[in-house]
Each structure stands twice: as structure tokens, then as C-alpha cells.
Design a protein around this ligand. Structure first.
Ligand code: HEC
Ligand code: HEC
Length: 636
């Protein structure tokens, strides 16, 4: 009898207990398996090894299997073990499960080897490319599965759920993912796509990625399910399962080795990666990104209310250095109240996408949005370009930075005071004139972006802790850090800015003035390919460096999806969420604790993602203590 549930529960795993969803699964796609031809000759069913009897109190306890039918008859495997089938703990998997992969279709049938002399374990690992711990597990596969004691006993099937932006898994993403996996020698490994999250969604433990499912290849029964296990624990369970399958005595799961009593090896590595980033990544789409004169020009533009016809609004109005480059308001307030919360932008130059919905793919393109937004500046490119041309100071700046390549400012005598595409007077200008105006406008955006790239913040207590100062975190803050990793915040909030820069539907309430739910990413996805200023446009200095922007459609998972915000500066940037609806950090952690269930259907769009953390009131209280130390004070 294997009694492993208590520890499993503590590690955030589930083992034992029958999965509840019986799935009827169609063929999703196929890849030929490299599973060796079974060495026939054994006719017994390995299920006669001790059955997994869950501890009392575990959900859906089941009786041990009663005399199972032989699966290897006269040295030949039967087609598939008898049903009932379901994806669940100790259940026999459905016979027709198949997944498409970069090199063909992977059928679970190809792993079935009832005539093999010894059982092998098929390790099915579900992961998403945006997820921090998933990346760690992929790149440490040899460390996790490569030990000599597992030699010839493991098969690996990596199922990719979603890509780096959280779009459903697609062939290029699966190819990139397969390149990140350092497959250990001797472990037959495949990568396939499970874009609908079919495989793991039916299992009882499902809220932290990556998820490991261990399957006995002689019976195709699920043995154990684990969520983001640390290397020692995973190794322990592999030992335990193999011993059980071999009919050997029970193996103990080793104690986890903890750094500073808090974090396992994998978590500790992820923590090291959270160190404050030095300089932003290069931006080849902006030739002036790191030009000092452009920075100086951009700073003036950033602070100038003269670029708004009302004379009252500048970038700095809503991105105030004394408020962590946010504004402290629920929704932004320019010339009118807007629909979304102003994000703290000190580290935006590091982001892959700009805006809550990612409707800009470069920082310079982002800067061109607010001017022509009716609720923010209510300005226009013609107005901005006139303002530059009418100022001797700006004219000199422009000449210094852009003169060599673009010459002097254009003649604006025919250009109306206000004008942007869609305005009749502006549209009536010859194309060449409109291009001249737009060129100056784009260059202003590039100068502003250059300035934003110079914004830096001071290290905080998290950085001091990462740097080795154990006293930088005490009491509740320490518990908060432990929980941050344990409950799975780190899936999305990882890396130097504590964000994956991907889009997730987690039902934070809307901030729209009309009260309607905000559809976020879903509303901008298809327009990106034809947007005026994207990195692939003629205004870009490196169109060839652009990421692909054409998507086949809007997947349901993008409805109500928003970009994961950085958590650097979060203690200074209340209120929270795309709509600014949460006043305090405790409100945010309560929302997570309830998995968004308390938000009314009308005030948020989309369906909460499966892997959102789920935890009790104690954790809700500890997490804000950690978030409170995540300051981002401006470095002069
Ligand atoms: C009226 C307030 C307001 C003004 C003025 C304003 N912003 Fe913003 N800014 C916002 C809001 C609100 C958002 C988020 C909007 C959204 O996602 O739809 C935002 C988003 C951004 C972002 C993206 C941050 C992220 O994390 O995605 C950057 C960068 C930024 N603004 C820079 C600027 C610059 C540069 C200017 C001046 C050209 C400017 N903003 C003017 C309110 C403002
Ligand atoms: C599935 C990815 C994901 C996970 C897991 C996740 N977050 Fe988030 N987080 C997001 C996204 C996306 C937003 C923005 C949501 C919105 O506004 O609609 C967000 C917003 C936040 C905010 C508000 C920040 C701001 O500036 O408005 C805080 C604080 C936060 N998360 C903390 C946490 C904590 C603590 C956990 C763990 C309990 C966690 N997150 C788990 C993706 C995630």
C-alpha cells in the first residue's frame, strides 16, 4: 500500500483520487512515437503491484483494482486496456488521445507496451511558453529526468498549451519550445500541442504549471499528478513509482532542500532571475533609442503641456515621477475621464508589448497614441508638429537629432492647425505632405521613447534579498515570498520586472465609463497587422526585426485578456488592474484567492484561466506584505 498523499498534498500535488471528468476525445493530431517495440513474453498485468490507495480524506477514494484482464496475450499486446476510460488519477486513459506536434502526430497508443519486461513511466508534462516555472523545467529537463537511476525507464511527452503571448499553442511556438528542452540522453522525447488544455484540465490538480502526469506504459493508467514539483520531489516520486511498478519496497520521498528555509532549487533560480534589470533591451526599430540628444529632446516633449490644445495635458500628467510614473487615479484623466488605469511606466522600455491590451509593439509607437486620443491629449499630429516648428528650442533640438537624416522641418503653411488621418482637411493634403508631417510626428515619438529608456529605479528589499542580504525579508514578507512561489503567482509574475509580458483573462473588473466589460486583447488582436505605426511599418528603422502580427483569429482565451503588469513599483501604484477597480493590494490577493468568482459577469469579460492560484484567507493576507516591499523609487 502506498501512502503518499499527505506529503503530496503539502507539496501542492495531488495523487490518488479518481479524476471526475470522463472525456470523450476526438483525435487532435498525431506524431509517431519513438517508444521501443515492446519486448513481448510477459503476460501479467503490472497492476498487480501495490495499487494506489489514497489516504482517507482525499477526494474520490477508490477501491484497489480487482483482478484485471491480461493486456498481453500470447506475447502480443491487446489493442488497448478495457474501459471505462477517463483522464484521471489511477484511471485508464482513453484510447484515442493524440496530439499534433512539430514532427507529426503523437498518439498515446504508441506508448502502450503491456508485453514489456518492465514498466516504463511516460512523463506527460503540460506547460505554456509564457510561464516562468515552465521555462525553468524545460531548460532543466536533464537535471530533472536525466539521472542514471532512471535510465531506460522514462519516456517524455511535452504538451505545449500556449505560446509566449498566451495565444493557443501553434506549430512555430511548439518548434521554439522543443528547442528549449534539454532532453536527457536515453529519454525518448516528443513535443506536441494541447492548445485546448485537454489533457490536464480533466485532472484534479491543475492550477499551477508545469504539470507532470506519470503514466504506467504497461497499463496506460495515470499514477501521479504533480504541479511544478521541485527536482528532489519529482525524483522521489519517479523512484517511488518505479519501485512500486517493479514490486519493490516502498521508497521514501526525500526531504526538500530549502534555501533560507523558504525556496526549493528551482524557485531559488527563478528568484535570482528577478534581479533588477540594468539597461533595456536594444530597440533596432528606433535608431535614436540611445542617442543622448534624442533623450534630452524627448524629456522636454514628455513634460510639455503645450502639445495639447487645452494646454493642460502632458505625458507627465498621467505618468508622474513622484507617483512611480503613474497617476494614483482609478482611470486616467486627461481632457476627459478614460476607461483604463495609467500604468507605472518606469520600466516600460523593457516590455514586449505596450498598453494593457498590447496594441503597440514598440515604445515609440506607444508614444504616438495619447496625442491623438480624444480623452487624453485630444491633440493631433498636425498640432504636435506645428508646436515643434513654432518653438526655436524644439526646432534646434530636431535639427540636432534628426537633421542629418531627415533635413529641416517641413514647410507647414498648407497644414491645418489640427489634423490627423480621418480629418477631412488633413486627408485632403497631398500624400507627400502627410508623410512629411507624419515623419516629424514619428520622430517625436522616437525621441520620447529614447527618454523613457533612460528611466531607472532603485533596488528594493527584494533586490537586497536576492543579493544575499537575508535580513531584507522578515516575518510576513518571507511568508509572502514563499507563497508567491508556492501558489503560483510566479507562473506569470517572473523575470526582472516580475511579468511574463503575456495576456491573461483573470477577470479584474472593468474601468470603462459606460460600465461595460472590457474585452482587452480580443479587441485589438486582428487590427495589429494593419496598424499605422507597427514595428514592421515604413516608419520603423528595422521592419525586418518586427515580430509577426497576423493572427488567424481571436481565440476565446483572449477575450478579457490583459497584459500582466510589472510588480516593480506596485506598492506605489494603487489602484490596481486595467480598470483601476481594486484600491488595495489586499483586494487584489482576495480576487486571486477566489479565482475571480466574485466579479459579476457584466463587469469582466472572458473566462478565468485554469492555472490561476487558489488559496485561503491566510495567504491572501501574507501576499500583500511581499508586494508592499516592491517599490520602484526613481533613480535620478
Ligand atoms: C490622460 C492620461 C495619460 C496621458 C496624458 C498619457 N498616458 Fe500613457 N497611459 C495612460 C493609460 C490609461 C495607459 C493604459 C492605456 C491602455 O492600456 O489602454 C497608458 C499607457 C502608457 C504606456 C504603456 C505602459 C504599459 O505598461 O503598457 C506608456 C509607455 C505610456 N503610457 C507612455 C506615455 C507617453 C509617452 C505619453 C505622452 C505622449 C503618455 N503616456 C500620455 C494614461 C496616459
Ligand atoms: C495567469 C497569470 C497570472 C497569475 C498566475 C497571477 N497574475 Fe497577477 N496579474 C496578471 C494579469 C494579467 C494582471 C492584470 C489583470 C487585469 O488588469 O485585468 C495581473 C495583475 C496583478 C496585480 C495588479 C498590478 C497593477 O499594477 O495593477 C497584482 C498586485 C498582482 N497581479 C499580483 C499577483 C499575485 C500576488 C499573484 C499570486 C496570487 C498573481 N498576481 C498571479 C497575471 C497573473
Amino acid at each position: 500500500m502506498i501512502d503518499r498523499a499527505p506529503r503530496a498534498k503539502r507539496e501542492g500535488m495531488v495523487s490518488g483520487g479518481r479524476g471526475m471528468l470522463a472525456l470523450t476525445l476526438g483525435v487532435l493530431g498525431i506524431v509517431a512515437t519513438s517508444a521501443a517495440a515492446p519486448a513481448c513474453g510477459v503476460t501479467d498485468d503490472p497492476a498487480d503491484t501495490p495499487a494506489d490507495v489514497p489516504e482517507a480524506g482525499m477526494p474520490d477514494a477508490i477501491a484497489p483494482d480487482s483482478a484485471p484482464a491480461p493486456l498481453c496475450v500470447d506475447g502480443k499486446p491487446v489493442d488497448w486496456p478495457p474501459g471505462p476510460y477517463e483522464i484521471g488519477i489511477t484511471s485508464t486513459l482513453p484510447p484515442d488521445l493524440a496530439f499534433e506536434g512539430p514532427s507529426g502526430t503523437v498518439r498515446l497508443k504508441d506508448y502502450f507496451e503491456p508485453c514489456a519486461a518492465r514498466s516504463r513511466l511516460l512523463v506527460v508534462r503540460s506547460a505554456a511558453a509564457w510561464c516562468g516555472p515552465c521555462g525553468w523545467h524545460a531548460t532543466h529537463t536533464t537535471r530533472l529526468l536525466g539521472d542514471a537511476r532512471f535510465a531506460d525507464r522514462l519516456l517524455l511527452l511535452d504538451l505545449l498549451i500556449a505560446d509566449e503571448d498566451n495565444m493557443p499553442a501553434n506549430p512555430p511556438a511548439a518548434m521554439r519550445w522543443s528547442k528549449r528542452i534539454d532532453v536527457p540522453a536515453g529519454v525518448p522525447a516528443k513535443v506536441a500541442m494541447d492548445a485546448k488544455y485537454t489533457f490536464s484540465a480533466a485532472l484534479p490538480a491543475k492550477n499551477v504549471l508545469p504539470e507532470y502526469v506519470l503514466v504506467d506504459t504497461r497499463t496506460m493508467k495515470v499514477r501521479t499528478v504533480m504541479n511544478a514539483p521541485d527536482p528532489d520531489t519529482l525524483g522521489g516520486y519517479l523512484d517511488l513509482e518505479l519501485a512500486a511498478l517493479d514490486g519493490k519496497p516502498r521508497v521514501d520521498i526525500p526531504e526538500r532542500k530549502l534555501h533560507d528555509g523558504l525556496l526549493t532549487d528551482d524557485q531559488f533560480d527563478l528568484l535570482q532571475d528577478m534581479k533588477l534589470p540594468a539597461v533595456p533591451p536594444p530597440d533596432p526599430t528606433n535608431e535614436y533609442a540611445d542617442v543622448a540628444a534624442a533623450v534630452a529632446f524627448g524629456k522636454k516633449l514628455f513634460e510639455d503641456t503645450g502639445l495639447s490644445p487645452s494646454g493642460t495635458v502632458a505625458c507627465i500628467t498621467c505618468h508622474d515621477p513622484t507617483k512611480a510614473f503613474g497617476d494614483g487615479l482609478k482611470q486616467a484623466n486627461g481632457v476627459a475621464l478614460g476607461d483604463r488605469n495609467s500604468p507605472p511606466i518606469a520600466l516600460s522600455s523593457h516590455a514586449r508589448w505596450q498598453f494593457w491590451d498590447g496594441r503597440a509593439d514598440t515604445l515609440w509607437m506607444q508614444a504616438l497614441g495619447p496625442f491623438e486620443n480624444a480623452k487624453e491629449f485630444a491633440s493631433s499630429r498636425a498640432f504636435v508638429v506645428h508646436a515643434i516648428a513654432n518653438s526655436a528650442d524644439y526646432t534646434a533640438d530636431y535639427a540636432t537629432v534628426f537633421g542629418a537624416k531627415y533635413g529641416a522641418l517641413p514647410d507647414l503653411t498648407t497644414v491645418p492647425a489640427m489634423g490627423k488621418p480621418g480629418d477631412a482637411a488633413y486627408d485632403a493634403l497631398p500624400q507627400a505632405k502627410r508623410d512629411e508631417v507624419t515623419r516629424v510626428y514619428v520622430n517625436a515619438g522616437k525621441a520620447i521613447a529614447a527618454f523613457e529608456r533612460t528611466l531607472r529605479v532603485k533596488p528594493n528589499d527584494l533586490d537586497r534579498y536576492i543579493g544575499g542580504d537575508a535580513t531584507a525579508m522578515q516575518g510576513r514578507v518571507r511568508r509572502g515570498l514563499e507563497q508567491f512561489f508556492k501558489v503560483g503567482c510566479v507562473q506569470c509574475h517572473w523575470g526582472p520586472r516580475l511579468t511574463d509580458d503575456a495576456f491573461h483573462a483573470i477577470r479584474f473588473p472593468t474601468g470603462r465609463q459606460d460600465g461595460a466589460a472590457d474585452r482587452g486583447r480580443a479587441d485589438v488582436l486582428l487590427g495589429l497587422a494593419t496598424a499605422e505605426f507597427v514595428a514592421s511599418s515604413k516608419w520603423s528603422d528595422a521592419p525586418q526585426a518586427a515580430k509577426p502580427l497576423s493572427f488567424p483569429g481571436v481565440p476565446p482565451s483572449m477575450i478579457g485578456a490583459f497584459k500582466t503588469p510589472t510588480l516593480r513599483g506596485v506598492s506605489q501604484s494603487a489602484p490596481y488592474g486595467h480598470g483601476g477597480a481594486f484600491g488595495q493590494l489586499l483586494d487584489v490577493t482576495k480576487h486571486y484567492g477566489q479565482r475571480g468568482q466574485m466579479v459579476t459577469p457584466a463587469s469582466a469579460a472572458g473566462i478565468v484561466e485554469e492555472w490561476l492560484p487558489n488559496f485561503d484567507a491566510n495567504v491572501q493576507g501574507d501576499l500583500p506584505a511581499l508586494l508592499d516591499i516592491l517599490t520602484a523609487d526613481r533613480l535620478p
